[in-house]
Design a protein around this ligand. Structure first.
Ligand code: ACO
Length: 306
């Protein structure tokens, strides 16, 4: 059995920046409300799920020095596929020239962490290189007259390349959770718009992130004190702060990018990871805790030794 490590990463963001002021000009909301209740200042809007995924995937492959034809599978974590069949990963496979398989994975905003655990499993059973992409165009399933959701969402993509290694696995512990009895809290029917009970999601999200993080850490033989960097799903800055405080993780040990990108669902964790790498906050040897939650409800955590 081989271990696996992330050897490359890349992101893609639409050029169009939509600020809180832009939204306040057409909706009954304000920069003060959005900033105080969510931590969001602006978001990027535009592009397509496959187009953003190809751009982020290409950057990740280049950074890893991996040729697309040598990739055993591309996993596309997305809540915003371009159709029902085929999977949007088919367009990503073609766009990049991936040599192996392609499949979509929908675990809502937990999708990237679900994909990370899946990628490690594929490598443990013989794959050498996996491309994992979280890509979303939530703007396309948002009713722009619904101020509750319009202020939250953003578009973007983040990708990582995982490669088999003879050394120890980077993944020290993980946890996946779901409670389908809560699926009415956040949903989007075919051809419809996102609908959400924000208050209930908030309450479950804080609990889920804490419990799931603690299980993943325990499986790794670690505690929150051992975490050098906490990279949570970016849905609301207040959720991040509440979970981090209760885990005893101080602000200098967690990443917040929601101010710039809004909630980009399964793209939010790889975007935050890339931010931490590019700003030098994530270094060789760091212990990293990733934790996400989303529609389903689903939740997922992973502990990595970088
Ligand atoms: N601008 C101004 N006022 C608003 C807005 C807005 N955009 N949205 C709601 N309000 C009003 C409400 O109508 C309410 O007014 P009232 O008191 O007169 O009834 C007041 O603000 C308070 O509303 P609440 O819903 O109680 O506000 P809350 O503090 O709960 O914040 C929020 C709402 C930001 C949605 C929060 O509940 C949240 O972030 N929940 C979690 C969302 C989440 O994580 N979703 C999962 C992912 S979303 C996705 O996947 C795309």
């Amino acid at each position: 059995m081989s271990g696996a490590r992330i050897t490359g990463w890349g992101i893609a963001l639409p050029d169009k920046v939509v600020t809180n002021e832009d939204l306040s000009a057409r909706l009954d909301t304000s920069d003060a409300w959005i900033t105080e209740r969510t931590g969001i200042k602006e978001r990027r809007i535009g592009g397509t799920t496959s187009g953003l995924a190809v751009e982020a995937g290409r950057a990740a492959l280049a950074r890893a020095g991996v040729r697309p034809e040598d990739v055993d599978a591309v996993i596309l974590a997305t809540t915003t596929p371009e159709g029902i069949v085929p999977g949007t990963s088919a367009a990503v496979q073609e766009g990049l020239g991936i040599g192996g398989g392609a499949f979509d994975l929908n675990a809502a905003c937990s999708g990237f962490v679900y994909g990370l655990v899946t990628a490690h499993g594929l490598i443990a059973t013989g794959a050498r290189r996996i491309l994992l992409v979280g890509s979303e165009t939530l703007s396309k399933i948002t009713d722009w007259d619904d101020r509750t959701l319009a202020v939250l969402v953003g578009d973007g993509a983040g990708a990582v390349v995982l490669e088999a290694t003879d050394g120890p696995s980077e993944l020290l512990g993980w946890h996946l959770g779901a409670d389908g009895s809560l699926r009415h809290l956040l949903y989007c029917e075919h051809g419809g718009y996102l609908a959400m009970n924000g208050k209930e999601i908030f309450r479950h999200a804080v609990r889920a992130v804490i419990e799931s993080s603690l299980v993943a850490l325990q499986r790794a033989g670690l505690t929150p004190d051992d975490v050098d960097l906490f990279v949570p799903h970016q849905a609301n800055a207040r959720i991040i702060v509440a979970a981090a405080e209760r885990l005893g993780i101080a602000p200098e040990r967690y990443v917040v990018t929601i101010d710039r990108y809004g909630n980009t669902s399964s793209a939010s964790i790889p975007l935050a990871l890339a931010d931490a790498l590019e700003t030098g906050r994530l270094r060789e040897g760091s212990t990293v805790l990733l934790s996400g939650f989303g529609g389903g409800m689903t939740w997922a955590s992973a502990v990595l030794r970088w």
